[in-house]
Design a protein around this ligand. Structure first.
Ligand SMILES: NC(=O)c1ccc[n+]([C@@H]2O[C@H](COP(=O)([O-])OP(=O)(O)OC[C@H]3O[C@@H](n4cnc5c(N)ncnc54)[C@H](O)[C@@H]3O)[C@@H](O)[C@H]2O)c1
Length: 282
């Protein structure tokens, strides 16, 4: 193989030309960026979200232009998911890529005070919903012996955050990722996760209610900024494409290095980051 043939094979492995991609939670901040990036790489994208988001979802699908489809679906309801899977197969074709991105985080509360309703919703949307979509869209992949699933985890699935149900549900989603990777790997399906760090969206808005809180979060990240939805989407695109053809059961943490900082933040402020604080912060 010549260098130029190899270069062009490497580049084309990132493309998703004519693949059918399903993105749940596509009306949200990160989901909408994922839909954009997958469509830009050539995928035909089904944007899935709750019925109340339909006007927005249909507008987004219209903007994406080529063969994008908006589908109203509550991912925790089996019949709703089955109907969505049928609609995708009829209107776009069999699902090649599933991105389980829809998510829920309840109000910040002490573990003793969190309502069972919040707990149930978090476990339901973040775990049961992902399982139902994996089974419904995965059936189309299994019937052809190929496919690709990317679950959107969280750094909260690795380290406790302020909402117990969110941390527990995301840890469970990462376990579902590993399980699916092992059980369906022999049947031609790769399953991976992307765990975002700090990204400002409706789901995380509670962490950015004032400039000081936002600045404090930025300072905790080695790259000294929040992530952008598109930076999460590009990681998803890598895992969804043939560029990652031997990656299976992996969780790609996209957090600017934040999860690695625990010991560094235990040092005296002047000893952190080799004395370089960045952002003008001591
Ligand atoms: N924003 C962050 O900092 C951050 C960090 C780590 C992980 N995440 C994860 O990224 C994913 C996307 O979150 P986001 O930040 O874009 O939040 P978002 O609130 O903007 O989007 C979440 C979307 O999920 C949809 N959704 C919720 N329940 C649903 C259901 N039952 N059926 C169908 N759709 C449903 C919502 O309508 C919404 O459009 C989530 O899984 C979230 O946990 C976000």
């Amino acid at each position: 193989m010549t260098v130029s043939t190899r270069n062009s094979a490497a580049l084309s492995s990132f493309q998703l030309k004519d693949r059918v991609a399903v993105v749940t939670g596509a009306a949200g901040g990160i989901g909408s960026a994922i839909a954009d990036v997958l469509a830009a790489l050539g995928a035909r994208v089904a944007l899935v979200d709750l019925p109340q988001t339909m006007p927005q979802l249909q507008r987004r699908a219209g903007e994406l232009g080529h063969a994008a489809l908006a589908i109203a679906c509550d991912i925790v309801v089996p019949d709703s998911v089955a109907e969505a899977a049928d609609a995708v197969q009829r209107q776009l074709g069999m699902c090649d890529v599933l991105v389980n991105n829809a998510g829920f985080q309840g109000p910040l509360t002490a573990m003793q005070n969190e309502s069972l309703a919040t707990w149930d919703t978090a476990l339901s949307v973040n775990v049961r919903g992902a399982l139902l979509c994996t089974r419904a869209f995965g059936a189309q992949m299994l019937s052809r012996g190929s496919g690709n699933i990317v679950n959107i985890g969280s750094i909260a699935g690795h380290k406790p955050n302020a909402t117990v149900s969110y941390s527990v549900s995301k840890a469970a989603l990462l376990a579902l990722t590993r399980h699916t990777a092992v059980e369906w790997g022999p049947r031609g399906i790769r399953t991976n996760a992307v765990s975002p760090g700090f990204v400002m969206t409706r789901l995380s808005a509670m962490h950015y209610t004032n400039a000081e809180l936002t600045r404090r979060r930025e300072q905790m990240v080695p790259l000294r900024r929040l992530g952008e939805p598109e930076e999460i989407a590009r990681a998803v695109a890598f895992l969804a494409s043939d560029a990652s053809s031997f990656v299976n059961g992996h969780d790609l943490i996209v957090d600017g290095g934040f999860l690695e900082t625990t010991v560094m933040h235990a040092q005296a402020p002047e000893q952190q980051y080799g004395g370089f604080a960045g952002l003008g912060v001591a």
